[in-house]
Design a protein. Structure first.
Length: 289
């Protein structure tokens, strides 16, 4: 009995130490923008056909149906939220398609080489779109994955993932295209640039590199939300592309973040490509009021 009592006395400081650290808050290296909790999403797993889901979009911000593309197939998919069964419309041959946007009753799809495909939104219910338009040479040669169409300004934004213009500079360059209703055409208007040195100023542990994989605009704050899959980052910039926030993403939640969008209720969505062990998915982050 004496030995047991002595042993308990010896263990008490250790138990107290363990209890102290168990109760002590652990600071996370991951953060979230105001109003969202990027660590606790609602997950919607995709069917096998969308294992390599890339861009996502909503029609006029309506969250009941999500539209998406995947990397290898020239089709736009649609499905009710939470329902795996999908339907799709074919618009092109196999290729590397990266992002999708819907505005002014048109669907726009960005190919990695910068080519833009478009067709009427009304054709989404067909097996094959009949009025497909392919726009080439709107942006310089490079690799592109990020597309956003702004219904308020009728402008389309395309952001470089890897472009020669940024090769020797710590920047990510983008291009603004104006949509002409009469001509049903996109017309190059201007360029913009993100200074990647701002990333290091906000977080010294980060490199001044980005490789953007998706782009959207917060409808309320007008801030730009930029995803970087390879870097596992969510970057937030103001209307003039000045970086204001950088949030590291947890790789156990974000396998390969390739798409981003808001709905009318200001909920945030991020899509992830899957792999041999993980399903493709869309993560929903409800706006905290």
């Amino acid at each position: 009995m004496k030995k047991i009592y002595t042993k308990l006395l010896y263990m008490m400081p250790v138990v107290a130490l363990v209890a102290f650290y168990a109760c002590k808050p652990v600071s996370s290296k991951f953060s979230s923008p105001a109003g969202y909790d990027l660590e606790h999403p609602e997950k919607f797993n995709m069917p096998e056909s969308l294992l390599e889901i890339s861009g996502i979009a909503f029609y006029k911000g309506q969250p009941d149906t999500v539209y998406s593309i995947q990397d290898e197939e020239g089709s736009v998919f649609r499905q009710k939220w939470g329902v795996k069964q999908q339907k799709n419309v074919s618009f092109g041959s196999k290729g590397d398609y990266e992002d999708v946007a819907i505005f002014n009753e048109k669907v726009f799809v960005l190919k990695s080489n910068g080519h833009l495909y478009s067709f009427p939104f009304s054709e989404r219910v067909k097996e094959k779109a009949e009025q497909v338009k392919v726009s080439k040479k709107l942006v310089p040669k490079g690799e592109y994955e990020s597309l956003y169409a702004d219904p308020e300004t009728n402008k389309v934004y395309v952001l470089c993932k890897s472009c020669p213009v940024d090769k020797k500079k710590k920047t990510s360059t983008g291009y603004v295209l104006n949509y002409d209703f009469k001509l049903d055409s996109l017309i190059p208007e201007s360029t913009f640039s993100i200074d990647l040195e701002q990333l290091k100023k906000l977080n010294p542990k980060l490199k001044a590199s980005l490789s953007p994989s998706a782009l959207t605009k917060n409808p309320k704050t007008k801030e730009w939300y930029i995803l970087a899959s390879a870097n596992k980052l969510l970057v937030i910039a103001d209307e003039n592309w000045k970086v204001k926030q950088v949030h590291r993403l947890n790789s156990s939640i974000y396998n390969q973040p390739e798409g981003i969008a808001f709905d009318n209720d200001m909920n945030l969505y991020i899509s992830n490509e899957g792999d041999e062990l993980t399903n493709g998915n869309i993560l929903k982050f409800k706006k905290v009021k």
